[in-house]
Design a binder for this molecule. Sequence first.
Ligand code: HAM
Length: 460
Amino acid sequence: MSRGAFFCLFFHKASRRTGRPKRAGDPPGTGRGEGMAVKFQSVAGMKDILPEETPLWQDLEKVLREVVRSYGYAEIRMPAVESTSLFVRSIGEVTDVVEKEMYTFDDNGDSLSLRPEGTAGCVRACIESGIIHNQERRLWYMGPMFRHERPQKGRYRQFHQFGVEVFGLAGPEIEAELILMIARIWRIFGISDRLTLELNSLGTPEERVAYRASLVDYLRAHQDQLDDDSRRRMETNPLRVLDSKDPGVQEVLSGAPVLSSCFGEETRQRFERLQQILRDAGVPFKINERLVRGLDYYSHTVFEWVTDALGAQSTVCGGGRYDGLVEQLGGHSTPAVGFAIGLERMVLLLKTLEACSAAPAAADVYLCAMGDEAVRRSFILGEQIRSEVPGIRLLTNCAGGAFRKQFRRADQSGAAFALILGESELEQGMVGIKDLRQGTEQRNVPWGEAAAELKNLLGV
Ligand code: HAM
């Protein structure tokens, strides 16, 4: 598919004059003063996707579906709400997501949370249904996720992920398949040159235990240079300190021991094999020894695709291997690996890089009718044409008015042709056709030939 097939939005933001009630004490929904209507705003960090933007989303979703289909993946759909403990057990107690970002609520004594990501729910669903027991599974999902983060460009409280999870395959080959699949997605959109693949291995749990000890020794020796968060995490989950964005901590980390120094031969070899396949396939990557990801379930390979085009929220896709998670959540020990693309960031990237073309008009044909009888008959004509011209987008006037006014509306709709049904056309059994873009005169065709004529004109 070519880049030209993607739509871009050149729309202006609707002005935000509407708002919450201004006075803190005002009860929501009633407004200040008797009978005054209140205009509501969306919740901070939760955006509407307006009709000007949905064609781009639909196109993106379509391409993603086609790509995973071409690799033989099947869709799974999970609920947006799960038990809070599922996320705590899988993502990890000492992570930003679980400590600060979950939308958690009490449901008659059960603690439930809006899903902050898809992996935990996917694993839960697979164990519960038994579909990964002694079986390979290649799955994908798409949908909203929720994290109570500070909203900014590219970071929202409701956002969408396109995720892939594979179960039952233990080797680096499947990791290579996932990375090649993602590289294909970037290529289709023509944005490969603005995305960099960062790769790391977190080794085995045993190797991480050894590393943890040497990291903690190092961090203890530099305690006074750490911020409070990192000092706390040093005791509870020291690998998370590697995630710190604090510049002082970053500096301390530049002298810290690296995880790869604790790797045994097997880990080294499997990581090298993945790199070899990627080199053979011509997918460039950068090893980032500090890449640990923000979720605790990973082991061995982890990766992120980052861009220089979006500012601070630069990670468009992240993933890795999580062999221990299925067992940890009560299933049989099963190797697993996956990734998720943040769709808002992908859309932002496509818009920023103008890797999409202008949004198409909403209609091909605008049906104008005037006079009581003609308006009634126009519905029959419209239905007939929709049945006979597959894929046609036909807008019916539905707003009355003189033909001059209807033609103005037809023009604004972006339609290429107007169909005209007035009293005289009706009497003669004819339908008028007018080319709106060429501005040529109306010509009439018999009612029964209108659909064929449109097929011809639209080239369908
Ligand atoms: P994650 O890195 O937490 O991984 O999220 C994946 C992607 O979701 C990020 O790279 C980013 O593009 C997007 N994202 C995350 N938070 C936000 C936000 N607040 N606003 C907008 N976009 C956001 C996971 O969620 C793992 N479940 C991925 C995975 C699947 N690993 C294995 N399988």
